[in-house]
Design a protein around this ligand. Structure first.
Ligand SMILES: [Zn+2]
Length: 477
């Protein structure tokens, strides 16, 4: 039985895309629905999202963020107020044309993002410098009419948070933009054990209507990049389009400066693709809804289930998230299931162990086994989880670093992109034409202009003109 469960997933070396789909399904994270391009997030998946929300929300609030809620609909006229923004989103917007049996006088779009709603609100709500800053966030879902969809990575409706702020000065807005990018980066590294590259998007890749977009980029196990969170500085562009003005201390009218920033359920895809293996999901302990799976061996024997329950109480009291698998499945099947679901450690507890006053603790990522005495269980399990969390980040970083290459000429660049999945660092002149040629030739995009710049060569990898910036390139999800 246990073997069958494991055999049901494709190995990642054989077909990474199929492996991903198999894990999503077998770990019961989400499933397809009768609504084309939309998914149901199942309890095991939603519990991870709830932990992401909890952690991020606390980090936001520590910087002064307040949560609000905006309507799900945007009147067409409102969406069209900022030209670049509407052009960027129009192709993937879903429209409501009827209310009940009546045709609407003005179409409503289902929000693809809420800049326009926040701007409309801020235009009314902000009058004076005393009303600033506004540092609002909302947790919600948005709709983008994608043609091809994949669980968590691209779906027509997805969950996210979107922060929208308004500030008195350009400096303050820029500071907030970078502050939130750092919140995302720290969250990814400290909680999800996913190392990220922080940088700025090129003009070609930036958000529709933004002055500057900053991003954190992560590398998946197959060497493809995933944009994992973005933070935008709008300058006063939206403020001018929507008339968001305040009177400053000298009683002069000024435009506000705005930012927005978001992280979505796409990040669930990153957790799967950075840490998973051929037995299924591997969850970093800090985000795992269940951290410890106690599996009783020969549970029909006297005292076994009682002992398991007692151990659970001890671990619960230590603040760990624990479950007992006392179903009538075989232990082998339960082990395979615990591995598939990515539960960080399992505790095997049978009559012989109980006699010796100990249990076997097995780590999900390395499968290392530890014999631990009852008396020190909570302490030891916590230690194992901490080590696992730390080593998962180190492993992910080592993988990323060993899949990050450099290229100083186009031949090397081309060969690297085609033959070695990963990031390629190369110099760029700053022209959109070179980005377009690279995309056309190699299906690779500029991932970001990293904050940590290096000088790899004097000239642009593509056109040979003097280089302005070093860019991370790669194929991406
Ligand atoms: Zn160039």
């Amino acid at each position: 039985m246990a073997k069958k469960l494991v055999e049901a997933i494709t190995s990642m070396e054989e077909d990474f895309a199929q492996w991903y789909t198999d894990v999503v399904k077998k770990a019961e994270l989400c499933d397809y629905t009768s609504v084309k391009g939309c998914m149901v997030i199942k309890p095991a998946g939603y519990a991870i999202w709830e932990n992401i929300q909890k952690e991020l929300d606390a980090r936001f609030k520590a910087t002064g963020v307040q949560n609000v809620y905006m309507p799900v609909f945007i009147p067409e006229g409102l969406l069209q107020k900022e030209k670049d923004h509407v052009e960027g989103f129009a192709p993937e917007v879903a429209w409501v044309t009827h209310g009940g049996l009546e045709k609407l006088q003005e179409r409503l779009c289902v929000r693809p993002t809420s800049e326009t709603l926040f701007c409309d609100f801020y235009a009314k709500d902000i009058q004076s410098h005393r009303d600033l800053p506004k540092v609002y966030n909302q947790w919600c879902s948005v709709v983008r009419w994608e043609k091809t969809t994949r669980p968590f990575l691209r779906s027509r409706e997805f969950l996210w948070q979107e922060g929208h702020t308004a500030h008195a000065t350009a400096e303050e807005a820029q500071e907030r933009t970078i502050q939130m990018l750092n919140v995302y980066a720290d969250f990814c590294e400290e909680v999800l054990a996913i190392p990220v590259i922080k940088g700025q998007k090129t003009d070609k890749e930036k958000f529709a209507g933004a002055e500057a977009t900053y991003t954190i980029e992560a590398l998946m196990h197959d060497g493809k990049a995933l944009q994992s969170g973005t933070s935008h500085n709008f300058g006063d562009g939206f403020a001018k389009a929507f008339g968001i003005q305040y009177t400053d201390k000298e009683n002069k009218l000024q435009y506000v400066h705005q930012t927005s920033w978001g992280m979505s359920t796409r990040i669930m895809g990153a957790i799967i693709m950075v840490h998973g293996d051929n037995s299924g999901l591997v969850l970093p302990p800090r985000i795992a809804p269940v951290q410890v799976d106690i599996i009783p061996i020969q549970q029909h024997k006297e005292g076994v289930l009682e002992k398991a329950q007692e151990l659970k109480s001890v671990l619960d009291a230590a603040g760990l998230r624990v479950k007992i698998d006392d179903t009538d499945k075989s232990p082998g099947f339960k082990f395979a299931e615990q591995e598939m679901r990515g539960i960080p450690v399992r505790i095997e507890c049978g009559p012989k162990d109980i006699e010796k006053g100990q249990v076997i603790v097995v780590r999900r990522d390395t499968r290392e086994k530890y014999t631990v005495a009852f008396e020190t269980l909570a302490e030891e399990v916590q230690k194992i989880l901490d080590t696992m969390q730390k080593e998962m980040l180190e492993r992910a970083r080592a993988h990323r670093d060993s899949h990050t290459y450099e290229a100083a000429d186009y031949e090397t660049f081309k060969k690297t992109i085609e033959e070695k999945p990963g990031f390629v660092k190369a110099m760029w002149c700053g022209c959109k034409e070179c980005e377009e040629k690279i995309k056309e030739d190699l299906q690779a995009t500029s991932r970001c202009i990293p904050f940590e710049q290096e000088n790899l060569s004097e000239n642009c990898i593509c056109c040979g003109k003097p280089a302005k910036k070093m860019v991370y390139w790669g194929r991406a999800y």
